[in-house]
Design a protein around this ligand. Structure first.
Ligand SMILES: Nc1ncnc2c1ncn2[C@@H]1O[C@H](COP(=O)(O)OP(=O)(O)OP(=O)(O)O)[C@@H](O)[C@H]1O
Length: 236
């Protein structure tokens, strides 16, 4: 569960205001123009930045000024999720134990997670020996192994081709169901993804201008939002 109560935040003259409630196990797609404030919204939830005013509750606990490591949140970015000098196993192991001395039991947990992301046996490879999609699956495995109930994805699959994007999203969808995760994902590919999500937020100019079911975006009263996103549902 994610609750942002009257959150205000600013960068120089750019002011943002967020007021939302996301239920547990919701899968939320966040879309909007470049520079609208989508990544800032995720950063506030993850605790990389703190609001000027307002309150953040995660799973019913007040977390407004709590550091990222102490929040029930894991986050995956578009790039630079892996350490290039560490193997797949070590990169995932960082999610359990930062000192990298893993027990046999922890190694087994990593093996099990590698099976889930279809990378069984890739333990000793380095990131430069993996494809872009495989790197993102390793990064996803590290997020999941932390067993944190809120998963934030900031355009993690944008650099992948359409077929791989679908594959990754199907995997995320399945894993969210299996692990009972609450998901918030920023994407520019609204047409590909809409069907996977239970809710859609549209962010524009630092505000949430639409918060509803994805199918409501197709209703005529929301034409202006679809137009702003450059999306024509009639052609989809
Ligand atoms: N560290 C920063 N310092 C100053 N301004 C920033 C900083 N980070 C972001 N901004 C500004 O805040 C606004 C919102 O940025 P944000 O990255 O949240 O947008 P976004 O919707 O995620 O954009 P995109 O889709 O292009 O990634 C933008 O105008 C951006 O230039």
């Amino acid at each position: 569960m994610i609750e942002l109560n009257k959150i205000n935040y600013h960068y120089d003259n750019f002011k943002m205001h967020f007021d939302i409630k996301i239920a547990s196990k919701d899968k939320v797609l966040i879309v909007g123009p470049s520079g609208a404030g989508k990544s800032t919204l995720l950063s506030l939830i993850a605790g990389f930045i703190f609001p000027d005013s307002g309150n953040i509750l995660l799973n019913h606990q007040k977390m407004t000024n709590i550091l990222p490591g102490k929040r029930p949140v894991s986050i995956l970015f578009q790039h630079n999720n892996l350490f290039s000098h560490l193997t797949v196993e070590q990169n995932i192991g960082l999610g359990i134990r930062p000192c990298l001395t893993l027990t046999d039991c922890e190694r087994q947990t990593i093996d099990d997670m590698l099976v889930k992301v279809s990378l069984m046996g890739f333990n000793n490879r380095y990131p430069d020996q993996l494809s872009g999609g495989q790197c993102q699956r390793v990064a996803l495995a590290r997020c999941l192994i932390q067993r944190r109930p809120i998963l934030l994805l900031d355009e993690p699959f944008s650099a992948l081709d359409q077929a791989l994007r679908f594959e990754m999203l199907a995997l995320v969808n399945q894993i969210c169901d299996e692990f009972n995760l609450t998901l918030m994902m920023v994407s520019h590919h609204i047409s590909d993804f809409l069907g996977y999500f239970s809710r859609c937020l549209v962010v524009d100019n630092g505000q949430i201008v639409f918060n509803g079911l994805p199918k409501q975006l197709k209703q005529s009263e929301n034409n202006h939002i679809a137009n702003m996103l450059g999306f024509n549902f009639n052609k989809a």
